[in-house]
Write a protein that binds this ligand. Structure first.
Ligand code: AMP
Length: 147
């Protein structure tokens, strides 16, 4: 079997994402592969306050929120030693953008977290499910423990 050469980690910044990131890091180390990370912005990032979630209406605050999202990606990229050129932040539907970047960048392994879904949630699908079905390369789904 040929070693993986380019691994793409899909990050959603969930608490359990740290575990998924560690797996991707150790796989990249084991295979001496290039590691890329991707975060897809699929909604307007909104801050939580004591009064609930606040929807920013002015341009300045949404710019700040985007900067905050970017800072999170930069922090994770630094932790995982990912080259600047391999840190992706895009607007869109997560499953589509993950697959799009994987093809564009000739990724041979995508790493995602996966919840043990059943019932209606399984029928509705998940990011991990869609990536698994539509990606042209291998996909590693790291099982996440549901809270
Ligand atoms: P989900 O199916 O949405 O619960 O997410 C499962 C996994 O999909 C996460 O652990 C991430 O690896 C990936 N993922 C979910 N949302 C995003 C996102 N917005 N950007 C990048 N990856 C994501």
């Amino acid at each position: 079997m040929k070693d993986y050469q380019h691994i793409l980690l899909a990050v959603d910044y969930s608490e359990q994402g740290v575990y998924v990131a560690e797996k991707a890091r150790s796989l990249a180390y084991r295979y001496q592969a290039k590691l890329s990370i991707i975060h897809v912005l699929d909604n307007i990032p909104m801050p939580d306050t004591n009064y609930g979630t606040v929807i920013p209406l002015d341009q300045d605050s949404s710019d700040e929120l985007l900067e905050a999202e970017k800072a999170k990606l930069m922090q994770l990229g630094d932790q995982l030693n990912v080259d600047l050129a391999n840190r992706w932040m895009l607007w869109g539907v997560p499953k589509q953008e993950i697959i799009h970047i994987a093809e564009q960048e000739q990724v041979d392994l995508i790493v995602v977290g996966s919840h043990g879904r059943h019932g209606l949630a399984l029928l509705l699908g998940s990011t991990a499910n869609s990536v698994l079905h539509y990606a042209k390369c291998d996909v590693m789904a790291i099982r996440l423990q549901d809270a």
